[in-house]
Design a protein around this ligand. Sequence first.
Ligand code: PLP
Length: 346
Amino acid sequence: MSHPHPVCRFPAGQAHPDLPASLADQPRVSLAALPTPLQEAHRLSRTLGGCRILIKRDDLTGLAAGGNKVRKLEYLIADAIEHGADCVITAGGPQSNHCLQTAAAASSAGLGCDLVLGGEPPQEPRGNLLLDAIHGATIHWAPWERRGLVMDQLASELRFTGSIPYVIPIGGSNAVGSVGYVTAMFELRDQLAAASCSVDHILFATASGGTQAGLVAGAALTAFPGKVTGIAIERVDRAHVAAVASATAEGLGADRRFCEEDIQVNDDYLGGGYGVVGDLERNAVEFLARTEGILVGPVYTGRALGGLMDMVRKGAFDRGETVLFWHTGDQNALHAYAQEFIEPTD
Ligand SMILES: *Cc1c(COP(=O)(O)O)cnc(C)c1O
């Protein structure tokens, strides 16, 4: 089987003039529409009455329904191809954005895709689960805590039949995937320079930590002067995120290493738990939709934006400061949460 998707190494100084050679040298396939827009959220800032707010639109990365996993997958899929893989295996929840973006990325690279989803199959596939099937992924169900094990078993079975599987960890959060967010920090640096703008705080939804690991490593490599803070969507293991950030830097030949204290996580907004939409999430989704015409999702970006709005209202940022909300996608999941947003009629 031949791979139609070229793995490109950009010769240093050619396609990405500003990337350090080690970063430009990483095997990468082009999946995302980059750079994603960097937008001024005037009406959001004014309505909240606080600092200046910018939005980095990684909901518009372009593959399938967009989102942050596409940047990681540019490097993970390239690594899979370099390993001679003919299919990828990954895992997540039934509505996993990561699984959907992986299914779409595998399709575009001519690779098979097996997804291990936690829980029981629903009566009718909806939302991302429906889209996984449309992208042609093979779905396997497993008890939530056994997903990792089932991925490994599946990989052995596939190898036995002569296939060459490549296992992508949950969330694509390892030193290969996180390079996508190192590159993203260089992209942001260039956009800020072009707009003569500086940012004091970057805020975003953090969960499996690969996005944060990449942003933190990228912030160090670009000498970003502001703070990088993840708003926890579920409990985050900061030591693990620091280890992934260190491994990412090491993989790029950089000397910088990170410890737990380098990983800023705000876990004030865990609410009712993972995937539970409360007032914070619902209000944030509706507020952004009605001030800026931009959708955030119910699980990740609604919670992170709700946290950001609460922090602005509580005076966490000075009026003269600039806060960047890194939109990581998941607006499509709103369709699977219709009942949370419809007012009761009786
Ligand atoms: C996966 C995901 C995140 C969290 O990214 P991690 O790298 O897993 O921390 C944030 N937002 C959305 C929409 C996601 O799908």
